[in-house]
Design a protein around this ligand. Sequence first.
Ligand SMILES: [Zn+2]
Ligand SMILES: [Zn+2]
Length: 372
Amino acid sequence: MNKNPYEVLGVARDASESDIKKAYHKLVMKYHPDRNPDNKDAEEKFKEVNNAFDILKDPQKRAAYDRFGDAAFAGGNGAGAGFGGGNPFGNGAFHFNMGGGAGMEDILREAMRGFGFGDFGGGRAAPQRGGRDLLDEVVIDLKDAYFGKTHTVKFSSNVECEKCHGNGTFDGKAAPVCPRCGGSGFVQTRQGFFAMESPCPDCNGLGHKIEKKCTECDGRGTVHKHRTLDVKIPAGIDDGARLRLAGQGEAGSNGGPAGDFYLDIHIRPDKRFERAGDNLVMRVDVPFTTLALGGEIDVETIDDKKLSVKVPAGTQVGEKLRVRGHGMPTRRGGFGDLYIDVAIKIPTKLTEKQKKLLNDFAGTKSEKKGWF
Ligand SMILES: [Zn+2]
Ligand SMILES: [Zn+2]
């Protein structure tokens, strides 16, 4: 759960955009990793501050947060509603990743952008915008987790315009640097004592001026496209794992890097097997005669193999019989074990002969004072 972004930045609910920016800049300077080497707390704070700013700097996201709170970003149906159609998937199960999986580098990039720098290199480069990360989730069967599978995701997102290679120009070449802002995308205006930075009105903050726009993308450099992504889910994957497909998120603008695509894996509970790390546990009813006398039982493994398992004489209910190598695939390329959780089924219909035999057996018990 994200923290309340207003609290994180220490601003009021009705704080102005510039107040939010100021608070953010102050905190980001304070917790910047360069100033706090090897300080985990500062790193955590730095991330929180960036997550909070990510929400509050964007009027749409801020409004969504104000209306729906965390639910606007936590996935489910709230997301689509909050973004007013910004949800690229449309079925409500998808949502934008709000920094949960973003690496430090992405956050740093975001922080630098917040300062109005285009790049790490300094103020001259055109302000690039990294593409948004996308997050999807899927529920798979335990058997899929055992074998691994390819999951196909269909969605639509912004991708780089092929016609102009993302430049937004008619001829597809990089647009010339904007003369007014010199490529920074920002101009400084003075209001009395204060120097204010605002997006360059000539190039709308892009840093370069497109004379003739690309007809395909209307100068944006990106187009909205239906996409299909085949995500390989590796065998042995854990419930709650998050797969990352670098560069498969939304396209960046102005030559900025594409975001990443994340897939969260959930594993549906299985009727027969319970997972315990790399091991599997299976409850099996064993005839009480087999438990008492010893014998063999047939079980079916998760990969549909028939297996004969030895039951030692005197096995108790609740004991676990270990069958090596029939658990889940492990990271090291091996397999966990299968544990048979011994249960019992008492017969409800006995023949006269069986009844007599059991009665005889019970009689033996009382005569000899117990048979354990
Ligand atoms: Zn400009
Ligand atoms: Zn184009």
